[in-house]
Design a protein around this ligand. Structure first.
Ligand code: FAD
Length: 416
């Protein structure tokens, strides 16, 4: 009999498993695929120390009108999905009102502030520091108006949350990134965040650490989980396993299991795409970079330049529609010399989202031996180690290193 079965081997589940195993629990980590082959594989690889304000739903009329036309790069929606998504979007919109969003940020910041130090601790234990690039990242602007607005915002975040940045004008930016076309007015250089040049590689290094600590990774279907005595059992490729406690860390698929266990949580996904390109000639991108007004991201990875897209509001299992990638690619080519595509097909992943933009970390309301660790949206790669530590401390009854109450599952449950 195992102490804990962690279901889902993305960045979030792997980190929860490591932290539990480090605390002397006997852990089996279960995934239906290999580890970190889904959302944790294809993200932009940023450990976003600056990400205290989770991405809100726009509230100004101009932005809403632009998004409504469905022609932007940073957001796209499937009109046919809107009726199903409407209840989620309505709640998301309400939590994004400026005063409420500021309150969400104050709560979120308590976890985000540990994201780099907690990655550092796991990376050191795993011998994986080689994946971490301490360059920070660049939020670059086309217009001076947007640049100056964002400089003011960065100053506010510095005052409120201690987040460091450098304000770069066009010349300073050209010095850092000489291969960019001279069309940018400057950038906010977030200096504390860390870029990872192979996100799956880092997750697999954490998995190796887990296994070195005595943990076991097995293939299995989390949907076979059922109550068994005071604990749980499920079917895996290694036969049936029994566990005293179970952790649901299924990212965008969490609701498949939570619903089956009687929890009605208002979860949704924001899908996103990536494509790799060979940099043309000797061109080099020294920092991950957001082309802010255009709304796409370029991240230098071991495999090439990874272009990632913003939010696609669609049903999780609907067909791929890489419209945003098609719109972004020609603009990116004009900004940075990209040669041929390196992937045959665009990759797609789904950010697991909650309407109040906070992850769900804590004990399931009606099952004492069931734990939730999902809903990390745009920041699951950032928050894997910090969430894993918090979850493990709650499971083992240690004093939690941050106040867990903002992340408690109870806040989201819809009562019939
Ligand atoms: C384009 C894009 C860019 C992003 N950029 C960043 C970034 O720069 N920084 C950042 O912090 N975050 C970023 N994110 C978000 C981040 O990738 C996610 O928040 C994070 O990967 C979620 O991790 P997870 O472990 O919860 O989910 P996942 O990585 O999706 O893991 C869930 C696991 O559950 C498994 N699973 C599902 N169903 C079952 C089942 N029935 N049985 C067994 N196993 C099952 C899956 O196989 C999968 O391995 C980005 C996302 C996208 C789409």
């Amino acid at each position: 009999m195992t102490d804990v079965a962690v279901l889902g081997a993305g960045m979030v589940g792997i980190c929860a498993a490591v932290h539990l195993q480090q605390r002397g629990r006997n852990v089996v980590l279960v995934d239906r695929r290999g580890a970190a082959e889904e959302t944790s594989y294809g993200n932009a690889g940023l450990i976003q120390r600056e990400g205290v304000y989770p991405y809100g739903f726009p509230h100004d009329f101009g932005a809403l009108a632009r998004y409504g036309l469905n022609r932007t790069i940073d957001a796209y929606y499937h009109p046919s999905a809107l009726p199903r998504l409407a209840p989620f979007l309505w709640e998301y919109w309400k939590h994004s009102r400026p005063a409420r969003h500021a309150e969400v940020a104050r709560r979120y910041a308590t976890l985000i502030e540990h994201c780099v130090s907690e990655h550092d601790a796991l990376a050191a234990a795993a011998g994986a520091q080689g994946f971490l690039r301490r360059t920070g990242w660049l939020k670059a602007f086309r217009t001076e108006r947007e640049r100056d607005r964002r400089f003011a915002e960065a100053e506010r975040w510095q005052r409120e949350f201690g987040i460091r940045f450098r304000a770069l004008d066009a010349a300073m930016l050209r010095e850092l990134e000489p291969h960019l076309a001279p069309v940018l007015s400057g950038a906010v250089h977030w200096t504390d965040p860390v870029g990872v040049d192979d996100p799956q590689g880092l997750a697999l290094a954490y998995l190796k650490l887990f296994e070195r600590l005595g943990g076991e990774f097995v293939q299995g279907n989390a949907a076979t989980l059922e109550a068994h005595g005071a604990g749980w059992r499920l079917r895996t490729a290694h036969g049936r396993i029994e566990a005293g406690a179970a952790v649901i860390a299924l990212g965008p698929w969490a609701d498949v299991l939570t619903r089956a266990l009687g929890y009605d949580l208002p979860l949704a996904v924001k899908r996103g795409y990536h494509m790799h390109y060979r940099p043309a000639g000797e061109a080099k991108l020294n920092h991950p970079l957001l082309d802010t007004e255009r709304g796409y991201f370029l991240a230098p990875m071991r495999r090439g330049i990874r272009l990632t897209t913003g939010a696609e509001f669609a049903l999780r299992d609907a067909m791929k529609t890489p419209v945003q990638l098609a719109r972004a690619e020609p603009i990116a080519r004009n900004l940075f010399p990209l040669a041929e595509r390196l992937d045959t097909d665009p990759w797609m992943g789904s950010r697991p989202c909650t309407p109040d933009m906070l992850p769900v970390i804590g004990r399931a309301p009606r099952h004492p031996q069931l734990w939730f660790d999902f809903g990390h949206a745009h920041h699951g790669f950032t928050l894997g180690p910090a969430s894993g530590r918090l979850l493990a401390e709650l499971v083992t009854g240690e004093a939690p290193f941050v106040d867990p109450s903002p992340f408690a599952p109870e806040r989201l449950e819809r009562t019939a």
